[in-house]
Design a protein. Structure first.
Length: 146
């Protein structure tokens, strides 16, 4: 009996685990992590390959250093810190712009849906109005004949 109960419990555990994995939230999270990692590479390249050289090239040339991370004074690697601050600011700005664009698109879509709902009458309401109109005409006809 204990072997069967153990198998039943193991099967139930595996079934529960499979159900958990197939829930929408877990799948959404997995997709978000993969897309986030890919997006992180794009932002890192944007910062390291375009923005940091464009902003800091005069400072790097003045310090006679080839790489930002090699900027140092008395053993203090302030170049790495400056690069980290720039990375943070640019990432925060890019995320802000994305959120702002998505919010703008969401509001526009909501306005369009509201306009579409206003212009399209509810079919049930329209059918009720026609039915009431027909009943009124029938009632009027019956009064005239009666």
């Amino acid at each position: 009996m204990t072997v069967r109960n153990g198998r039943a419990r193991a099967g139930g555990f595996l079934k529960d685990f499979g159900d958990f994995l197939m829930q929408g939230n877990v799948m959404d999270l997995a997709v978000a992590v993969v897309i986030g990692a890919a997006f992180g590479k794009i932002v890192t390249s944007l910062i390291e390959d375009i923005i940091t050289p464009a902003i800091l090239s005069p400072a790097i040339k003045a310090a006679k250093v080839e790489e930002l991370s090699k900027l140092a004074y008395n053993g203090i690697k302030y170049g790495s810190f400056v690069a980290a601050v720039i990375n943070f600011v640019v990432i925060a700005f890019v995320i802000f712009m994305l959120v702002r664009a998505f919010e703008k698109a969401r509001k526009k879509m909501e306005r369009q849906q509201a306009m579409a709902e206003e212009t399209q009458p509810d079919p049930a309401t329209e059918a009720n109005e026609r039915l009431i109109s027909s009943l009124d005409r029938l009632n009027q006809t019956l009064r005239e004949r009666g």
